[in-house]
Design a protein around this ligand. Structure first.
Ligand code: GLN
Length: 239
């Protein structure tokens, strides 16, 4: 942690918050506080400078127009690049995931991404809308991922990243893999409730940010139950 409190920045809620992304900020802050970690949450609008000294940055989902504008402003600002160079954690969701890569498409135009992750996105034949689930990279120590997706883009992973999960339901990147991660940067197509539905993912970000490997367990009964139900439903549908 950079200071006495864990500093969480929610990037551009005025542009990139189409799918309840505030929920991810709330879950992250709450789970840190329940472990006795003081938390400071900063909401940085797209007309403000991005502080480069926070511990965790959240970039949410968005329509094509706000996504393109958000990427332009983040590139011009440079704060996120400085933060990543200093070891900050970044969590990107959908549009926020795509714009971390080298390029993405918005309104039919190829747009430059931030080149923080070795991924590129183009458009798929259909819009991917519905439940998304998958088996997570075992190195991350996270159980089965469940979520909801709504995107037109398809994402191609380069050698510099690993997939977050292998898809068992939905599309994710391309129907085979979902999300990507490298170092302390992680992106997913799983929307707004991603951290509510997958508290272990929130704890992974907290572990990366704090360096505390053994965070005290919390009562995740409801999230565990939802995950078991979804996993059983996906298995039944595939049988
Ligand atoms: N505009 C992007 C797409 O459709 C991202 C959408 C989103 O964030 N849900 O692929």
């Amino acid at each position: 942690m950079s200071t006495e409190s864990l500093r969480i920045v929610w990037i551009y809620p005025d542009l990139l918050s189409t799918y309840g992304d505030r929920g991810n900020v709330l879950i992250l802050a709450r789970r840190a506080q329940l472990r006795g970690l003081p938390v400071e949450v900063l909401e940085v609008r797209s007309d403000q400078r991005l502080p480069a000294t926070a511990d965790i940055y959240l970039v949410g989902g968005g329509e094509d127009g706000p996504q393109a504008l958000g990427a332009q402003r983040l590139l011009a600002d440079g704060g996120l690049h400085r933060a990543v160079a200093q070891g900050s954690v970044v969590f990107g969701v959908c549009a926020g995931y795509q714009l971390l890569g080298t390029s993405f498409f918005a309104k039919g135009t190829k747009c430059a991404g931030l080149e923080l992750l070795d991924i590129s996105s183009d458009r798929g034949p259909t819009r991917a809308v519905g439940e998304l689930a998958g088996e997570v990279d075992p190195r991350l120590g996270i159980p089965y991922l469940t979520g909801f997706e709504n995107h037109g883009g398809r994402t191609h992973l380069g050698r510099g990243v690993s997939p977050l999960a292998r898809v068992t339901a939905g599309v994710g990147n391309d129907g085979v893999t979902e999300g990507a991660w490298r170092g302390k940067l992680l992106g997913t197509y799983s929307h707004g409730p991603a951290l509510a539905r997958n508290p272990a993912l929130a704890d992974l970000l907290l572990r990366w940010a704090t360096g505390i490997h053994q965070l005290p367990a919390l009562d995740d009964t409801w999230a565990d139950r939802l995950r078991s139900e979804r996993r059983a439903a996906v298995a039944a549908a595939r049988a």
